[in-house]
Design a protein around this ligand. Structure first.
Ligand code: MSP
Length: 634
């Protein structure tokens, strides 16, 4: 690797607020970026939000907002969370940014010019939740998404295709030549097997809705928008100025694209194929992590068991959370979040082994040495302990480069064990009684040096804790001390130790106010409202006088509803799949009539028609008997 490092997270969909899975990817990426910075690499760390596509459009519609308005709101929530979590990103990209749009259009245009894009017709199934196309044979029970289990929709529309099939052999060669291009190995093998089964050309535009990036003007075709995955993947180069201002482009290729296992296929097949078509170098590593479950169960909104990262850090602290996530699970495997597991890690690894060591050093140095730290006699008495520790520290960095953060931390903790044990074995209190003052001072310095070295190396994972320890031990934690204590295997200069409060007070009980089984009840209670809030909505009976389809929308219908006003109101409703326009005319419905008008797909919608939804789909709510238009619903 050159002395530049480029590290990315996936860009997160803005259909919902951040959860623990997003925090996991981001925290690993942040730790990796901090690690490379510590090692002196010129590092660029990218994160951001993925804002186009049907999934977002539908989520916005369900909230009665325009897609842009909704994307602005949720994107800001991601950014605020990462800022509060002190995530050290260099760029937060949004796919609605103008520069990104230009970059994506340039990529499309270049692939087109290179002969990799052609026009055709797509017919197949589409899962909006995964934003993925599927063939008949891939579906479960003829209609359900094989990845998320949700119902798919049949799509038949004109589309531009990318010649993915032409890249099959080139991809296989890349997997073979670039050993760690996809990590971990087991996942790489899955990708290779998938590609060997044959790749079909990929539909890369959509024509049935327009919440996306338009095709480049040179194609002169306003009917299509880019397929959201093409749009999204290009963020990794548009963030470096591809297609606009390329002054940061020297960071390319990416050192690490961190992704969850569910989106590995897009990153390890489509993305390198797009890059080959663009004649750009391929990423060095695409690393896929596993999924988090909660108490052994998959997290989902309907179960009410989704872990909110803010709640965890408010209860247990950010540094504890970071340590837990990176220590608990081997990279690539699924992990389980439980408060018990987190508390165990904090009390045992952090409290007993790390926090206690610092307390003991502070205590010994105060009692025996006037808080002075002097390393000059360490090698004279304890060279063996120091060199055992150095042997561990020498190898530890490779674990981080392979993203085996659990191993990395485990090895560092072995050095803490050496330090803790040396106090027990060398008994400074006995040596003090024997008048061996130089040796006592050397024991204190031995343990302080070991703690200092370990702190430098865990600083990418727990930056604040490492800084606090450094302050207490009296050294500056920076590239210089990394060089002095880790690279050169040197020792701390003479310093004065400053006592600080215990870093990891013991946690005696679960601290999150949403203990597992009660989650759903609490969620519901939170949502209880007073009657006056309900009556703030004005709901009236209306009669649909006309219903029309909307070009480019396979969800929405345009309804004209008479609610006794001068003229019928225009209301857009996502019921196209369930009703044909003729059957709606004359039907009475319940309408929320005091909503602020909004624009969807450039059309105004003045109100909302009430529907009920279950697994079988959506139905309109109608009065049992015909009522006068404008009648109030209570
Ligand atoms: N927008 C796409 C990514 C485009 S990147 C060019 C996307 N977004 S996402 O918001 O749905 O997911 C982002 C990441 O969160 C993925 O890496 C996914 O694996 C991760 N996680 C979502 N749920 C998760 C868990 N329960 N556990 C761990 N990570 C999971 O996909």
């Amino acid at each position: 690797m050159s002395n530049k490092a480029y590290i990315t997270t996936p860009i997160y969909y803005v259909n919902d607020i951040p959860h623990i899975g997003h925090a996991y990817t981001t925290i690993i990426a942040d730790s990796l970026a901090r690690f490379y910075r510590l090692k002196g690499y010129d590092t660029f760390f990218l994160t951001g939000t993925d804002e186009h596509g049907q999934k977002i459009e539908q989520a916005a519609l369900a909230k009665g907002k325009s897609a842009k308005e909704y994307a602005d709101e949720i994107s800001a929530k991601f950014k605020a969370l990462w800022d509060d979590f002190d995530i050290s990103y260099d760029c937060f990209i949004r796919t609605t940014d103008e520069n990104h749009k230009l970059g994506a259009q340039k990529a499309f245009e270049t692939m087109f010019k290179n002969g990799d894009i052609y026009k055709g017709e797509y017919e197949g199934h589409y899962c909006v939740s995964c934003e993925t196309f599927f063939t008949d044979s891939q579906l479960i029970n003829d209609e359900y998404c094989p990845d998320c289990g949700k119902i798919t929709t049949l799509v038949k529309e004109e589309s531009y295709f990318f010649r993915l099939s032409a890249y099959q052999d080139k991809l296989l060669k890349w997997y073979q030549d670039a050993d760690d291009c996809v990590m971990p190995r087991a996942k790489k093998n899955e990708v290779i097997n998938f590609v060997k089964q044959g790749l079909r050309d990929l539909s890369i535009t959509r024509a049935s809705f327009d919440w996306g990036i338009k095709l480049p003007p040179s194609l002169n075709d306003s009917k299509h928008v880019l397929y959201v995955w093409l749009d999204a993947l290009v963020n990794y180069i548009s963030a470096l100025g591809y297609g606009t201002d390329e002054k940061n482009f020297s960071y390319w290729p990416a050192s690490f694209h961190l992704v969850g296992k569910d989106i590995l296929r897009f990153h390890s097949i489509y993305w390198p194929a797009f890059l080959m078509s663009l004649n750009l170098p391929l990423p060095k590593h695409i690393a896929a992590h596993g999924w988090w479950t909660r108490n052994g169960e998959k997290m989902s909104k309907s179960k009410g068991n989704v872990v909110n990262p803010r709640e965890v850090t408010e209860a247990y602290g950010l540094e504890n959370f970071r340590y837990f996530m990176l220590r608990e699970v081997p990279f690539g495997q699924d992990g389980d979040f439980s408060q018990k597991a987190l508390i165990d890690r904090v009390n045992s690894d952090l409290g007993n082994e790390l926090g206690n060591l610092l307390n003991r050093i502070i205590g010994m140095s105060g009692k025996y040495n006037n808080y002075e730290l002097d390393s000059s006699s360490v090698l004279k008495f304890y060279e063996k302990d120091i060199s055992t520790a150095h042997a561990i520290l020498k190898n530890v960095e490779s674990y981080m480069c392979e993203l085996q953060t659990n191993k990395y931390l485990e090895e560092l903790w072995k050095v803490l064990t050496i330090a803790n044990q040396s106090i027990t074995i060398y008994e400074p209190w006995t040596k003090m009684k024997e008048g061996k003052i130089e040796e006592v001072s050397a024991i204190i310095a031995l343990t302080a040096n070991l703690l200092a070295k370990v702190s430098i190396l865990f600083s990418p994972v727990m930056p604040k804790t490492a800084q606090n320890i450094a302050k207490s031990l009296g050294f500056e934690l920076n590239a210089k001390s990394y060089e002095q204590l880790i690279i050169n295997e040197g020792l701390l200069d003479k310093t004065i130790i400053t006592p600080i409060a215990p870093l990891f007070p013991r946690i005696e009980k679960e601290l999150m106010s949403t203990p597992e089984p009660a989650v759903q009840i609490k969620e519901i209670k939170k949502e209880l409202i007073n009657a006056d809030k309900f009556f703030a909505s004005k709901i009236q009976i209306g009669t649909i006088v006309k219903a029309e389809t909307i070009e480019k929308s396979d969800k929405l219908l345009k309804l004209f509803v008479d609610i006794g006003e001068e003229k019928p109101r225009q209301i857009l409703s996502g019921i196209k799949v369930y009703y044909d326009t003729k059957s709606l005319e004359g039907m009475q419905v319940c309408v929320v009539t005091n909503l602020k008008p909004i624009k969807i797909m450039g059309l105004e919608s003045c109100g909302m028609v009430l529907t009920a939804e279950d697994k079988d789909g959506i139905t309109l709510i109608t009065p049992q008997n015909v009522k006068s238009v404008g009648a109030t619903v209570k």
